[in-house]
Design a protein around this ligand. Structure first.
Ligand SMILES: Cc1ncc(COP(=O)(O)O)c(C=O)c1O
Length: 419
């Protein structure tokens, strides 16, 4: 019989295999100091582009005060137990009411985490005869939700409406044959890696041609898109056609937790049937109060979203003017596409961090095909013009070095923390 532990340590996985050289630097880095555009990394100040603190709320004095006051008053214990049993409060329900109103839905339910919440939502919604049709670039939490689904699922090519229709025809035919089940379509408001918005308006329009319900994960659109910040549905003018709207508090709200909004009947069904909430402790009070405060600021301080967009546009325009390929983002998420090997990418990241004081995330093989590098920059309302200018200059200089072959190396440099 194989020993499971022995098998695991023979192969630590695509990123884990590099851990002895990468831990604490390329993976699991420790950013220290107050959350903002400047933080400390290994004792040096860096300009940070890898935090989804879109509206700059993380360190806002009013937010910090509310977090601290609520923690002092309630501690982390309260309320004890799952919502259904003993962990419900008027404040949890108030937050749900305000989220529903903001998203122009009848009701909303709080979820302890976005990842686990959306997985469990998919599980609660679909039975074995139902079919799920989903975008190929869906976030891992959607993919893991699909793993819980006992029925069929069909994937459509990313944002490709022709392929979407093909999968809808296939699904509709199968439902007719089965004489049972319905179709749930899942896509995202903004795809977090490439920054392109999901084709929500077009998908909603196809409701007149196919029968389906639509669930949208708008983790990156909530607070950043739409006139009021209500997200990608509002931005694209199709919020009514989104049956279930999901977002996390972990990005624009710089907090933790998530929510799902939709028709009262269905949210109530989920409330009484979603396993990850029924069998788990309710969100602690400081988090609920902290989220009420953040939601209030998100709604009443449009200047935060305006500053975010002004920074994002300066960054994206500056990159385009310098000849960088930023793909087809139509959100604030700013990818930069380059060509190079994994080893080159790590040397470039080191140069950016050590010599230019720029900290951002990279994606390389095997997450994306060999020979490609994606930098992913997240602008926030907390960045300033100097941060942007220094970053543009740093990328111009390091990209020139990359093209000259200055970062060619055989192995990933050993930058790991002593462990
Ligand atoms: C699209 C998307 N959905 C869901 C999540 C998960 O949210 P949470 O961090 O609240 O678990 C994320 C977070 O990275 C995300 O980007």
């Amino acid at each position: 019989m194989a020993d499971i532990f022995e098998r695991l340590i023979k192969n630590y996985g695509p990123i884990g295999q590099h851990r002895e050289r990468a831990h604490g630097y390329f993976a699991f880095p420790k950013l220290e100091g107050e959350i903002g555009s400047r933080m400390n990394f290994r004792g040096k100040e860096v300009i940070v582009w890898s935090l989804n603190n879109y509206l700059g709320l993380a360190n806002h004095p009013e937010v910090r005060k509310m977090d601290a006051d609520a923690s002092k008053e309630f501690g982390l214990a309260s309320p004890m137990g799952a919502r259904m049993m003993s962990g419900n409060t008027n404040h949890h329900e108030q937050l749900e009411k305000e989220l529903a109103e903001f998203e122009q839905k009848e009701d909303a339910i709080l979820l302890n985490f976005g990842y686990q919440g959306i997985m469990s939502t998919i599980d609660a919604l679909c039975g074995r005869h139902d079919i799920i049709v989903y975008d190929a670039e869906s976030h891992a939490c959607i993919i893991d939700g699909l793993r819980l689904h006992p029925g069929h699922r069909y994937v459509f090519k990313h944002n490709d409406l022709e392929d979407f229709e093909k999968q809808m025809e296939r699904s509709t035919a199968l439902i007719k044959k089965q004489k049972a089940g319905g179709i749930l379509v899942i896509t995202e408001g903004v795809f977090g890696m490439a920054g392109d918005q999901g084709k929500l308006k077009e998908i909603v329009a196809l409701k007149s041609k196919y029968d389906f319900r639509l669930l949208v994960d708008d983790a990156h659109g909530f607070g950043t898109l739409g006139k009021t910040g209500a997200g990608a549905g509002e931005e694209q003018g199709c919020q009514d056609g989104i049956d279930l709207y999901f977002s996390t508090f972990a990005k624009s709200m710089a907090s933790i937790g998530a929510f799902l909004a939709g028709p009262r009947t269905i949210i109530d069904y989920i409330r009484y049937n979603i396993r990850s909430q029924i069998f788990a402790k309710s969100l602690p009070m400081p988090i609920v109060f902290g989220n009420l405060k953040r939601l209030d600021m998100l709604r009443t301080m449009p200047e935060l979203k305006e500053k975010l967009w002004s920074n994002a546009m300066k960054l994206q325009k500056g990159l385009k003017e310098r000849g960088f390929d930023i793909g087809n983002t139509d959100s604030v998420v700013t990818p930069i596409y380059m060509k190079g090997g994994v080893e080159e990418a790590t040397l470039m990241v080191m140069d950016l961090r050590e010599n230019y004081g720029i900290f951002c995330s990279i994606v390389v093989y095997p997450v994306i095909p060999k020979g490609h590098i994606i930098y992913r920059l997240i602008p926030t309302a907390a960045h300033n013009d100097e941060d942007i200018e220094r970053t543009l200059k740093a990328f111009s200089e390091t990209k020139a070095k990359l093209d000259e072959g200055a970062y060619k190396a055989e192995v990933i440099p050993d930058m790991a923390d002593a462990r």
